[in-house]
Design a binder for this molecule. Structure first.
Ligand code: NAD
Ligand code: WQD
Length: 347
C-alpha cells in the first residue's frame, strides 16, 4: 500500500486507474482542473471501490498550488494524466497544447523535485511513433510527430529522459497507449467526450444510442484486408491495470518506455460489426476519403510490457464493445445524464 498522486485523475483513463489503485489498497489523491471532466466520475469511483479519494481542484501549470498539494499528500509516486488530447484541436490551437502538455509536465517535474517525490508514471501515446516503419511497433521504433499534440508528447518524453539523465535516482515509466476504448463493466464510469467525438468507438456508440445519424468511415482503400484502417484497441480497464503494475513493479533507478496495447489490430469495419453485435443496433455508415494524417495500420509490440510489468491486456473486442455500450446507454449524455437512472441500472 502506498500513496499515489494522480494528475488528471477525474478523466477517462484517470477514473479507471483510480478505481484499480483503490481496489488494490492504495491511497489516492486526485489533482485536476476539471477542464474535461466532472466530480461525478470520482464520486462513482468511490462508490464502486467503497473507498475515498482526496480531491484537489487545481491546474498542473500552477506550480505553487501543485507543490502545496504534493506536499500535503505525502505521496510516494505520481501518475500524470493531466493534459489535452484532441489531435484536430491541437492543429487549430497548438499553443494551448504546448501550455497544458509541455508547461504542465515541466511544472510538475519542478514541483516533484522541490518536494522530493521521484517516482513518475507518464501518459504518452503511440502517436510518438509517427508513420509506422515496421509492425508490430516496438518501443525502439524511431520517434516522430505528425501533429502538435504528438509533438507535445514527444517533447514531454524528451524532457523526462533528460531529467533522468541528470537525476539517475529517479524512477520514470513512460507508458505509450495505443487506442483506449471501453468502460468499467459496471457502466458507471466511462469516456465522456465533449462535442463531436473524433475517435471511432465513442462515435459509433453515439450512433447506436441515436445521438448521431451515421458513422463516416475515413477511407476504404488502405492496404488492409478490408480497406479500412487497422488499430490496436485496448480496454481502458486493462490500461488501468497496466498503470497499477507500473506503480507496484517498476523499481528505481530507471527511465523506461513501455507500450500498452494488445498486439492485435482490428479494422474499422470489424469494430463496427462487433459493436452492432454487442448493442443489437444497426450502425449506419458511409465511406469517405481518408482522413488527413491517418496511417493504414498500427499495433503494438507487447513483449516488453508483458515481461517488465508481468501484465497483458486480457479483454477482447467483444468485451470492449459490450462495456462501452453499457456505459453509453446508461449515460447517453455522459455524466450529465440522469445519475439515479445510471446507478439504479448499473451492474
Ligand atoms: P481526459 O481528457 O478524459 O482526462 C484528462 C484529465 O486531465 C481531465 O480530467 C482534465 O480535466 C484534466 N486536465 C487537463 N488539463 C489539465 C491541467 N492543465 N491541469 C489539471 N488537470 C488537467 O483524457 P484521457 O483520455 O483520460 O487521457 C489521459 C492522458 O492520456 C492524457 O495525457 C492523454 O494525452 C493521454 N492519452 C490518451 C489517449 C486516449 O485516446 N484517450 C491515448 C494516448 C494517450
Ligand atoms: C481509429 C480508426 C480512423 C473516426 C487517435 C490519436 C492518437 C490517440 C488515440 C491520444 C482510424 C477511423 C475514426 C471516425 C473513422 N490519442 N475513424 N471514422 O486516429 O488511431 O488515434 O486516438 O493520444 O494520438 O491520433 O484513433 O479512434 O480517431 O481512429 O473511420 O469517425 O477509425 O480513420 O482508422 P487514431 P481514432
Amino acid at each position: 500500500m502506498s500513496t499515489v498522486f494522480v494528475t488528471g485523475g477525474a478523466g477517462y483513463i484517470g477514473t479507471h486507474t483510480c478505481l484499480e489503485l483503490l481496489q488494490a489498497g492504495h491511497k489516492v489523491f486526485v489533482y485536476d482542473n476539471l477542464s474535461n471532466s466532472s466530480r461525478l466520475g470520482l464520486e462513482r469511483v468511490e462508490r464502486l471501490a467503497k473507498g475515498s479519494i482526496e480531491f484537489i481542484e487545481g491546474d498542473v501549470r500552477d506550480g505553487s498550488t501543485l507543490e502545496h498539494a504534493l506536499r500535503h499528500s505525502q505521496c510516494e509516486s505520481v501518475i500524470h494524466f493531466a493534459g489535452l488530447k484532441a489531435v484536430g484541436e491541437s492543429v487549430k490551437n497548438p499553443l494551448i497544447y504546448y501550455d497544458n502538455n509541455v508547461v504542465g509536465t515541466y511544472t510538475l517535474l519542478n514541483a516533484m523535485q522541490a518536494t522530493g517525490v521521484k517516482k513518475l508514471v507518464f501518459s504518452s501515446s503511440a502517436t510518438v511513433y509517427g508513420e509506422p516503419q515496421s509492425l508490430p511497433i516496438e518501443e525502439a521504433h524511431p520517434l516522430s510527430a505528425t501533429n502538435p499534440y504528438g509533438r507535445t508528447k514527444l517533447i514531454a518524453e524528451d524532457m523526462l529522459r533528460d531529467h533522468f539523465h541528470a537525476y539517475p535516482d529517479w524512477n520514470i515509466t513512460i507508458l505509450r497507449y495505443f487506442n483506449p476504448v471501453g468502460a468499467h463493466e459496471s457502466g458507471l464510469i466511462g469516456e465522456d467526450p465533449k462535442g463531436t467525438p473524433s475517435n471511432l468507438m465513442p462515435f459509433i456508440a453515439q450512433v447506436a444510442v441515436g445521438m448521431r445519424e451515421k458513422l463516416n468511415i475515413w477511407g476504404n482503400d488502405y492496404p488492409t484486408p478490408d480497406g479500412t484502417g487497422v488499430r490496436d484497441y485496448i480496454h481502458v480497464v486493462d490500461l488501468a491495470t497496466g498503470h497499477l503494475r507500473a506503480i507496484e513493479k517498476i523499481m528505481p533507478p530507471q527511465c523506461i518506455e513501455l507500450n500498452l496495447g494488445t498486439g492485435r489490430g482490428y479494422s474499422v469495419l470489424e469494430v463496427l460489426r462487433a459493436f452492432e453485435e454487442a448493442s443489437g443496433k444497426t450502425i449506419a455508415h458511409e465511406f469517405f476519403p481518408r482522413r488527413s494524417g491517418d496511417v493504414a495500420a498500427c499495433f503494438a509490440g507487447t513483449k516488453h510490457a508483458e515481461s517488465i510489468l508481468q501484465w497483458r491486456a486480457e479483454r477482447n473486442l467483444k468485451t470492449m464493445c459490450a462495456d462501452h455500450w453499457r456505459w453509453q446507454h446508461l449515460n447517453p449524455a455522459g455524466y450529465a445524464s440522469n445519475n439515479d437512472f445510471a446507478i439504479k441500472n448499473a451492474t
